[in-house]
Write a protein that binds this ligand. Structure first.
Ligand code: ADP
Length: 712
């Protein structure tokens, strides 16, 4: 076995690979860009080499710099993680030519599977069923459209060099084909430097089933069962699980055998994944699953396979790269229980899922509980039953009598018996930058049954507290608790169909009460001290212990919320009209420190932004309340009708022109940033005032791209 490994990657996957290396006594070497100088993966490594500026092209994607770093540090092996250079056959060859061990797929296999059209042709020859479609040389729009017409709508246009769900468009009718083709080619050219596409029959009620395979240099290939990754948003995986719900023995035998055949056809070595698409209209059936593509690398969702099989796939990768045989025979690979993974993205579901960048001022993830069978380690704010039945009379708890903010308290409510693993590459105080993928963590739960796994994962996601960066944690909770998901009845269109109910949530009355009481208390403190403070904004002559019922007004997303507060907080219990709210000490502390607010005896987590706003965390969401009505700057749309760039990027389309009448939700400007196209939509019905930029323009974060004027 080699004694040192360089990971040519960043974030959670770099940290993940280091973990196994450390356990095996292998020296760990990180590479990093200027933007990542303080990143977790750099600090976790034994050694780290700066390889260039923030832009991936000049650092993580620069093969020469990565190789130079390996030589300078004497790295014996290179693990590429996923993304970046992991499926770059030229890089793999250069690594091996330099006498360094490549912990990845053989270059020939990467090439054979690299382009979707060539891979499909190869699979047809190997006798693996593939999705019907067109994958010819002739790329003229007329020919492509004619082929789509023959295949029959709906069809899917796919970039042949595509990956990660990018460069794909579903087309439902002939007249929409050419526009979709142009947009797909644009994205393909800018993301993959190759605008060629193929056309596939769009499978109805599609389910994404993939098989983990593993090969060694001695010709052996085994599988480690399947994963179901059907819960996707715009073809990007959101929640993955293993095994697949509703998979029967015959279908599993067929799909795993096809996967092994596919891997053998390219003499595969190491960890790989064969992706299939299944027509789920009548459940999973052996004759309705088709090969889609092979990913010649470790997959983001590999932890669910590790959970059900007990195999450390990174250790297997190390062993295969060192020339060892596959550690287990097929017959000895067994599966127990159910595993589920949720991808935590820095994005704002309530605002079109725009990526959210910035400093992680407050970043709290639930406590992992690596031991199975020990009982679920919950993170829900503990119920302090003894604290406040009648808050006005019971003694006020002192801070020292309170539990730490996130104690590992067994929760009787959800997900008992599940264990939690968290793979992350960020921490509080770190940055989510515009330069890299917005996935900041993965939460993985393993339990005996699917129901327990789903409950445990919902519980874990509900415990995520992040601010001011937005995340999809609340959205994940709602997906996991949706009756269709619980029933195992999900295809890749689920999120699209249910997006309205899944994307945005409203705070509960309890959360609102906590915010009102906190702000009321703050204002009272400021007034007593005779200070001008952001807290007193909009609170005219407020006195907590003055009038018996003092109104407090706050705004959330431009919406007014109010409450009546009464009581003397020094006596310990200001009261919301319906809730008994107990505020301990200074209520919410500044960002990063514990908060103690109890509503009806239940602790509510939150943070104070220091500028008059208060953030309350509830079920994965971060609800922000402000004493003042403000335009939501930086969030893409504002109440004043200005559409601002949420991050730097390039204008790729301007579907609306000045003077056009638009309805709420209609795209006005399309921005390409972080390799994705983002439509900025009209915040309300109105008329487009100005469109400030043209297609091709680079824009800075916060630039006003267009304005919409209300039509009243
Ligand atoms: P990528 O390489 O970008 O991940 P894939 O080819 O693996 O692209 O497809 C990604 C997702 O797109 C699949 O998981 C599936 O949800 C959807 N998809 C792909 N092909 C089809 C198809 N023919 N019909 C319906 N959905 C499809």
């Amino acid at each position: 076995m080699f004694k040192s490994v360089l990971v040519a990657n960043r974030g959670e996957i770099a940290c993940r690979v280091f973990r196994t290396a450390r356990r095996m006594g292998i020296r760990t070497i990180a590479v990093y860009s200027e933007a990542d100088a303080k990143a977790l993966h750099v600090r976790e490594a034994d050694e780290a080499v700066l390889i260039g500026p923030a832009a991936a092209r000049e650092s993580y994607l620069d093969a020469g710099k990565v190789l130079a770093a390996a030589k300078a540090t004497g790295a014996e092996a290179i693990h590429p993680g996923y993304g970046f250079l992991s499926e770059n056959a030229d890089f793999a060859e250069a690594v091996m030519a330099a006498g360094i061990i490549w912990i990845g797929a053989p270059p020939a296999a990467i090439r054979a599977m690299g382009l979707k059209d060539a891979a499909k042709t190869l699979m047809i020859a190997a006798g693996v069923p593939v999705t019907p479609g067109y994958m010819g040389e002739d790329q003229s729009p007329d020919r492509l459209k004619a082929e789509a017409d023959v295949i029959g709508y709906p069809v899917l246009i796919k970039a042949v060099a595509g990956g990660g769900g990018k460069g794909m468009r579903r087309v439902d009718a002939a007249d929409a084909f050419l526009d979709a083709l142009a947009s797909c080619q644009r994205e393909a050219a800018s993301s993959f430097g190759d605008d060629r596409v193929l056309i596939e029959k769009y499978i109805l009620s599609p389910r994404h089933i993939e098989v983990q395979v593993f090969g060694d240099a001695h010709g052996e290939v085994v599988h480690l069962f399947e994963r179901d990754c059907s819960l996707q948003r715009r073809h990007q995986k959101v929640i993955e699980e293993a095994p697949a719900p509703g998979m029967d023995a015959a279908t599993r035998a067929a799909v795993t055998a096809a996967a092994v055949k596919a891997a053998k056809a390219v003499n595969y070595v190491g960890a790989g994944t064969i992706e299939f698409i299944a027509d789920g209209t009548e459940g999973l059936r052996a004759d309705r699953i088709w090969f889609m593509e092979m990913n010649t690398r470790l997959q983001v969702e590999h932890p669910v396979t590790e959970a059900i099989t007990g195999v450390d796939l990174v250790e297997w990768q190390f062993r295969a790269a060192a020339g060892e045989p596959v550690p287990l025979k097929q017959a000895d690979i067994a599966m127990t229980g159910w595993a589920m993974e949720a991808r935590l993205y820095a994005e704002d579901p309530a605002n079109g899922f725009l990526p959210s960048i910035g400093k992680l001022e407050h970043f709290v993830l639930p406590e992992p509980s690596p031991l199975r069978g020990e009982g679920w380690v919950g993170v829900e704010a503990p119920l302090l039953v003894e604290v406040r039945e009648t808050p006005a009379e019971s003694p006020r708890p002192t801070r020292s009598s309170l539990p730490p903010p996130h104690p590992p308290t067994p929760s009787p409510s959800r997900g008992r018996g599940a264990s939690l693993r968290i793979d992350t590459g960020v921490e509080e105080g770190g940055e989510v930058s515009q330069f890299y993928d917005p996935m900041i963590a993965k939460l993985i739960v393993h339990a005996e049954t699917r129901e327990e796994a789903a409950e445990g994962l919902a519980e874990a996601c509900a415990g995520v507290e992040v601010w001011p960066v937005r995340t999809n944690a609340g959205f994940l909770v709602r997906c996991l608790e949706h009756p269709r998901f619980i029933a195992g009845d999900v295809d890749t269109g689920f999120i699209g169909a249910e997006e309205a109910s899944l994307a945005a949530a409203r705070p509960s009355t309890k959360t609102t009460a906590a915010a009102l009481a906190t702000v009321g208390l703050r204002a009272d403190e400021a007034l007593r001290a005779n200070e001008l403070s952001p807290w007193t904004d909009g609170l005219f002559a407020f006195r907590m212990n003055g009038e018996p019922h003092t109104p407090v007004v706050l705004y959330r997303n431009g919406e007014r919320v109010e409450g009546l507060l009464s009581g003397d907080y020094r006596g310990g219990a200001p009261r919301h009209s319906t809730f008994d709210v107990h505020l301990e000490g200074e209520a919410y502390q500044a960002i990063g420190t514990p908060a103690y607010v109890f509503v009806d005896g239940e602790q509510v987590s939150g943070a104070d932004t220091g500028d008059g706003r208060v953030v309350v965390f509830e079920e994965g969401d971060a609800f922000e309340f402000s004493p003042r009505l403000r335009g939501g700057s930086g969030s893409g749309t504002a109440s004043d009708g200005a559409l601002r760039a949420p991050m730097p990027g390039k204008i790729v389309a301007t579907p609306a022109k000045p003077g056009d009448t638009v309805t709420k939700g209609q795209p006005v400007v399309v921005l390409e940033a972080m390799k994705m196209e983002h439509a900025l939509v009209a915040p309300f019905d109105g008329v487009v005032g100005e469109v400030a930029f043209a297609v091709g323009d680079q824009v800075a974060a916060d630039a006003v791209l267009a304005t919409v004027e209300g039509s009243d």
